[in-house]
Design a protein around this ligand. Structure first.
Ligand code: IPE
Ligand code: IPE
Ligand code: MG
Length: 255
């Protein structure tokens, strides 16, 4: 019997158009524990995590991943101690200052998903400027989920569809998965293929709820600041040997 790992990667029939994951999302977890293990305060871990962000962007760009969605701040993270929230906001500002030029040079499009209305005006302006500058870039979409929640995303889409109905632009009977999907924040990106969570927890924590319907999930105990291109490669290798069946039988996929 063939071991799981020696089975053929994915058949032509299963994934005709792609050689690997096109859209990868990462729940970047474990910064606080990483810092605490070193006897440092939690925010030290958030700062160290920025290097891992650079590494995954480089990996995605150089291995043909078309979209990378990173969970930077959840809608629930506001409930953390005020000082930690402030450091995270400051860090977001600093990273926008220091990285956008390089992202643009590397043909990366930066996009932010989530309820940005909650951010202060300076941060909102910086996000808008970075999105405008990089909007035509083609190599990679770097999608940062900030003040993001999967339930918020679905609710936000549902509200827009409801408004369309009220305005007479759409009938209730016309609402389909596809039409609702077009209002979900990742509508311009390929379907989510792979969701990685670092830091050892095995949960979604209100990340891409709609989008993860048929994503492959990969959990690693590696804490985010220790995440490297090698660990990313292991996750992609694991994805590449899985058979995605989308409700079909294995036989239907391999003919
Ligand atoms: C993830 O690391 C970063 C954010 C949520 C902003 P954590 O800060 O959750 O780190 P742990 O899980 O407490 O170690
Ligand atoms: C998820 O991590 C959010 C981000 C990585 C930004 P959390 O640390 O907030 O998740 P829980 O609280 O452990 O579920
Ligand atoms: Mg955490």
């Amino acid at each position: 019997m063939l071991s799981k790992r020696s089975q053929p990667a994915r058949t032509e029939a299963a994934q005709p158009e792609q050689a690997g994951p096109q859209h990868v999302a990462i729940i970047m977890d474990g910064n606080g524990r990483w810092a605490q293990k070193k006897g440092k305060i939690r925010t030290f871990g958030h700062k160290a995590g920025v290097d891992s962000v650079r590494a995954v962007v480089r990996f995605a760009r150089t291995t043909g991943i078309k979209s990378l969605t990173l969970f930077a701040f959840s809608s629930e993270n506001w409930k953390r101690p005020q000082e930690e929230v402030s450091v995270l906001m400051e860090l977001f500002n600093l990273v926008l200052n220091s990285e956008v030029k390089r992202l643009h040079k590397n043909d990366v499009r930066l996009q932010v998903i989530g309820d940005v209305s909650a951010f202060d005006d300076k941060l909102k302006a910086k996000i808008a400027k970075a999105e405008a500058l990089t909007r035509d870039n083609q190599s990679l979409v770097l999608n940062i989920a900030a003040n993001y929640g999967g339930r918020w995303d679905i609710t936000h889409a549902a509200k827009q569809v409801a408004q369309n109905v009220l305005d007479g632009k759409q009938q209730v009977s016309d609402i389909t998965e596809e039409s609702l999907s077009s209002y979900i924040s990742t509508a311009n990106l390929p379907e989510l293929d792979l969701m990685i969570r670092t830091g050892g927890e095995r949960r979604i924590s209100n990340f891409l709820l709609w989008q993860c319907a048929y994503a492959e999930l990969y959990f690693t105990d590696v804490l985010w600041p220790d995440f490297t291109e090698e660990v990313f490669q292991q996750a992609v290798d694991d994805f590449n040997i899985r058979q995605r069946r989308f409700g079909l039988t294995g036989e239907q996929i391999s003919v």
